[in-house]
Write a protein of this length. Structure first.
Length: 495
């Protein structure tokens, strides 16, 4: 091979989980050679070598569904995860009451789907009456505000302070935001933290002008991960006018930012009982919301998908309930375009083979299956054998891509891998173990379909200290990541 001082050869690496010792050469952001260690000859004199001492080399991992600004901000907010009641949340708010007057106290992570008491503005008013309080649910589909915060956004007459779905997004967007440069700094830190867990790329579904935001950021800092920036319907025409297509590179020269898919919604979420389902939610029978909500009418969904696909922008359709997934798949069948369904949490048996038949990727979040098992058992009672059905989807030939939906669950691909493999994150037995995936198949889903390290592929790689095939559940979840490479450059590690 020609002498290339910028090239790097990784020696004595295990080529994939359970793989043989090999050498992998990287140059100009690509993998140029892969040879067995025993067959390796002398390297060119001007090229560098790095002995990885038998560590395992895997394709770089992706988080195929994140809300980066929300995730980066949540790392700086009052953590409400694990709170078991509305009263417990109010107690946490009381403990933080000493923060500056006037500034909004933000919290994130409450899950009220199993609470015995209901969130209400009175509870927050009792502990912090004068300072605005805005608490966001773990699934990002609800906001709980006190009276001071409701008055701040012009909703002082709201009866409870618990606001769901589209109205919640409106209210939260009306609140004072941290300065742009501060949030961008948080995002830069969050990208580095993601790289430290083996992440080489993310699909950012943050609401707003996501493409424009990343064009600005790419001029300020080179993100430690590749970013595919989603387009929302209110920005679709502007993207089309610019001639942007899914996969196009945008931003500063040499940046890792691309145009992502068009984000569309068919329904709400499980925790808010707004996911659109064929069967009514227990206790809601006979009410207007008994089956969840329809966010986008089927005809409008088809219109938007067809318009975007005609201009090279692939749709990514949020669908959680079984009825919502049927609506989304029907739309793909009508439009006949490539794209994704995000979440696919509850599926009808007849819809399982349609993902492969239509070429639709299932963007799933395995940590949700373990986080929401109790909520699903209550609100999808009698149907949970069809909930988070990763094993059935895989057996039906669907392409799975793992994500976190951060901040709904942490931006850590090993959580997703461990949840998909074990179907439990605590001492309880596996929840619907028939839906487990093998470790090799989970690794492929976490790497956006890359199973092998091949010549010509982008040099997006992760080096781990433990072979995933040998890892117990705890080690798999907390996998020690030695180093991460993105586009041929180390984004994390000691080098």
């Amino acid at each position: 091979m020609a002498d290339n001082p910028s090239a790097l050869t990784l020696t004595r690496v295990r080529l994939g989980a359970g793989g043989p010792l090999a050498r992998v050469r990287v140059a100009d952001g690509r993998i140029t050679h892969v040879v067995a260690e025993a067959d390796a000859g002398a390297e060119a004199g001007g090229e560098r070598r790095l002995d990885l001492d038998g560590r395992v080399l895997l394709p770089g991992l992706w988080d195929a569904h994140v809300h980066l600004a929300e995730w980066a901000s949540a790392r700086h907010r009052l953590d409400l995860a694990g709170t078991g009641s509305a009263r417990a949340v109010a107690d946490l708010v009381r403990e933080r009451a000493g923060a500056p007057d006037g500034a909004v106290l933000y919290g994130y992570g409450f899950r009220d789907g199993l609470w015995a008491d209901a969130p209400h503005k009175r509870l927050l008013d009792a502990v912090l009456p004068d300072r605005p309080v805005a608490l966001v649910s773990a699934d990002l589909h609800a906001a709980w505000l006190n009276s001071a915060c409701l008055a701040l956004v012009g909703r002082g007459d709201h009866p409870t302070g618990l606001i769901r779905e589209h109205e919640a997004h409106e209210v939260l967007s009306a609140l004072p935001a941290a300065p742009v440069d501060v949030v961008d700094g948080w995002i830069e830190d969050a990208c580095r933290a993601a790289a430290a867990r083996g992440v080489s790329g993310v699909i950012d579904f943050q609401y707003g002008d996501t493409v424009g935001d990343w064009e600005r950021r790419s001029a300020q800092f080179g993100p430690a991960v590749r970013v595919s920036a989603a387009v929302y319907p209110s920005y679709l025409e502007a993207a089309i006018k610019r001639g942007l297509r899914t996969g196009d590179e945008v931003g500063a020269d040499g940046s890792l930012v691309q145009v992502g898919p068009l984000k569309l919604f068919t329904d709400g979420s499980l925790n808010t009982r707004t996911a659109l389902c064929r069967d009514p939610y227990p206790g809601l029978e006979g009410t207007d919301g008994a089956h969840g909500i329809e966010e986008t009418a089927p005809d409008e969904l088809v219109r938007l998908m067809r318009h975007a696909a005609a201009h090279g922008i692939e749709p990514a359709v949020h669908a959680i309930g079984d009825r919502a997934n049927t609506v989304a798949l029907d739309a793909f069948a009508t439009v006949r375009c490539r794209g994704r369904i995000e979440h696919a949490q509850l599926l009808s048996p007849q819809d399982l083979p349609r993902f492969a038949q239509l070429g639709v990727t299932a963007g799933v979040q395995p940590r949700h299956a373990t986080d929401d098992r109790d909520v699903a058992d209550r609100h999808w009672a009698g149907r949970t054998e069809r909930a988070f059905p990763y094993g059935d989807l895989f057996a039906a030939g669907a392409r799975l891509e793992f994500g976190s939906d951060a901040p709904v669950s942490p931006l850590d691909p090993w959580f997703a891998i461990a949840s998909a493999v074990n179907r439990t994150d605590d001492e309880r037995p596996a929840w619907h173990p028939e839906q487990r995936l093998s470790v090799p198949d989970a690794l492929v889903a976490a790497a956006r379909g890359r199973r092998l390290i091949r010549v010509g592929d982008p040099a997006d790689l992760v080096v781990v200290d433990v072979d995933p095939l040998d890892a117990d559940p705890d080690t798999l979840r907390a996998m020690p990541v030695h180093a991460t490479m993105t586009n041929g450059r180390w984004s994390h590690g000691p080098y």
